[in-house]
Write a protein that binds this ligand. Structure first.
Ligand SMILES: [Zn+2]
Length: 156
């Protein structure tokens, strides 16, 4: 597979949310205590452990821009956490849901023929297919059921 990295939300965004209590659209963040599943942090790309505080807000995606742009609800650790830095591996939060792999071209248009839904443990093959295609500029992986962004993926 092409070399790649999972790109978390910017550390500046995480810090701003924690400092202001507001998301990218001025909504008050919703605070909850993680039950141990279903709360993937988009900054460290780890699942928020049972008993840890989670913040929920609406995130302004960096891409795709234009017609295919959408905001996304995301969870974030309430406490400071390190930005994910792994390379050539899918982050832990990808492995625990049914996911939707969405590839986009350099014009920010979706490549429908490369889109695929897979169980997290089986997401490597659809990602490899998307990254092997020269039209692909970047990939977003979302939860397949609610459709929330899990992470952006770029070639390393
Ligand atoms: Zn985190």
């Amino acid at each position: 597979m092409s070399r790649f990295r999972c790109v978390p939300i910017p550390t500046e965004t995480a810090a701003r949310w924690r400092a202001t209590g507001q998301d990218d659209f001025g909504n008050a963040l919703r605070r909850s205590i993680s039950p141990g599943t279903g709360a993937p942090c988009r900054h460290c790309l780890q699942n928020i452990a049972k008993g840890e505080a989670a913040l929920l807000g609406s995130y302004r995606l960096s891409g795709p821009t234009g017609i295919y742009w959408t905001p996304s609800p995301i969870f974030l650790h309430e406490q400071e956490c390190p930005a994910y830095t792994g390379e050539n591996e899918l982050a832990p939060i990808i492995r625990t849901s049914l996911v939707s792999v969405r590839a986009y071209d350099a014009n920010q248009m979706v490549l429908y023929d490369l889109g695929q839904v897979a169980e997290g443990p089986d997401a490597d093959a659809p990602l490899a297919r998307a990254l092997a295609d020269p039209r692909t500029s970047f990939v977003n992986i979302h939860t397949a059921k609610p459709g929330c962004l899990l992470t952006r993926i770029e070639r390393a």
